[in-house]
Design a protein around this ligand. Structure first.
Ligand code: NAP
Length: 279
């Protein structure tokens, strides 16, 4: 990393918890690679501090990312919201331009690029089961709708939350699963896990895949050292599966472009993530 000086732009991941995050490792590696004068840190913040951190970091010429549980609140702090923020009601990236705090939700682009890399093509015409209805589900749904998915079923522990998300984003192509038994014997081209289940070692699986008649592929947004439990379970059943690592890289690369108006090296970012996951 270049020397930190009074000119250095400061970026931060703001949320709670943040200390497990590999975003600082990835972003600092990408900035060092291009010899940019910036530093990226993680700041644990409750809802009250988050607003001050966001405005302060942006106005000082830096910016950052927002993670759970603050992405929805962050969307209300912005002077200028990207289309992805307006559609999802969530913001994960912020910065200053022309004296105004701008925000984007690069989880949409990150999900879309990672999914297309996994499938080898856009999700056009696919039948998809999405598990979860939080911020990541909103981003995934926008990407699936824009990518031309034919039908999305949304399963969430809290059904009302799923209904709100389906109404906001889905339209006729998204339907909420009222009872898990509705899924028995159904076939899906793709199952996407956007719940937090799998982050902690003793979490249950978000879904028993054997309930379903057939699954074409599994994308788990959980990102941790080694394969996630859902990815392992899928592979044991002979189903192609990927975890959230590539989405983490792609949403981070899209954020980097918002801050620096330059493309980072994905190769450098992936290598940094691998190093961080080995530690
Ligand atoms: P969030 O808004 O807090 O949503 C959490 C989701 O998980 C909700 O659907 C929640 O259901 C569900 N959930 C939590 N605990 C559960 C439990 N014990 N049983 C069943 N469901 C449970 O969080 P988020 O921002 O969407 O993030 C969700 C996950 O996506 C996290 O693992 C995060 O790390 C991951 N993510 C990854 C990337 C990436 O780049 N790879 C980017 C964004 C997010 P309820 O509505 O019922 O509470």
């Amino acid at each position: 990393m270049p020397e930190v000086t009074s000119q250095t732009r400061v970026f931060a991941l703001v949320g709670d918890p943040v200390f497990h995050s590999l975003s600082p490792t990835i972003q600092n590696a990408a900035m060092a690679d291009l010899e940019l004068d910036g530093v990226y840190v993680a700041l644990r913040a409750g809802a009250e501090e988050m607003v001050g951190f966001m405005k302060g970091l942006a106005r000082s010429g830096g910016g950052g990312n927002i993670t759970l549980p603050h992405k929805e609140k962050a969307a209300t702090v912005l002077d200028v919201s990207s289309p992805a923020v307006k559609r999802t009601g969530a913001c994960n990236t912020f910065w200053l331009r022309d004296g105004k705090v701008h925000g984007d939700n690069t989880d949409v682009e990150g999900f879309s690029r990672a999914l297309e890399g996994f499938l080898g093509e856009p999700p056009e015409g696919l039948k998809v089961l999405v598990l979860g209805a939080g911020g990541a589900a909103r981003a995934g749904l926008v990407a699936l709708m824009d990518g031309g998915a034919e039908e999305v079923r949304l399963l969430n522990r809290t059904q009302d939350r799923a209904r709100v998300v389906a109404r906001r984003i889905g339209g006729a192509r998204v339907r909420v699963v009222d009872n898990i038994r509705e899924l028995d014997g159904k076939a899906f081209d793709l199952v996407v896990n956007t719940t937090c289940l799998g982050l902690q070692p003793d979490d249950p699986l978000p879904l028993d895949l054997e309930r379903l008649k057939q699954v074409g592929g599994v994308m788990d947004l959980v990102c941790r050292r080694g394969a996630s439990p859902l990815v392992e379970a899928a592979r044991e059943l002979g189903i192609r599966a990927t975890d959230g690592s590539e989405m983490l890289i792609q949403q981070g690369a899209a954020a980097f472009e918002c801050w620096w108006e330059r493309k980072p090296s994905l190769r450098v970012m992936r290598a940094a993530l691998e190093r961080g996951q080995r530690r």
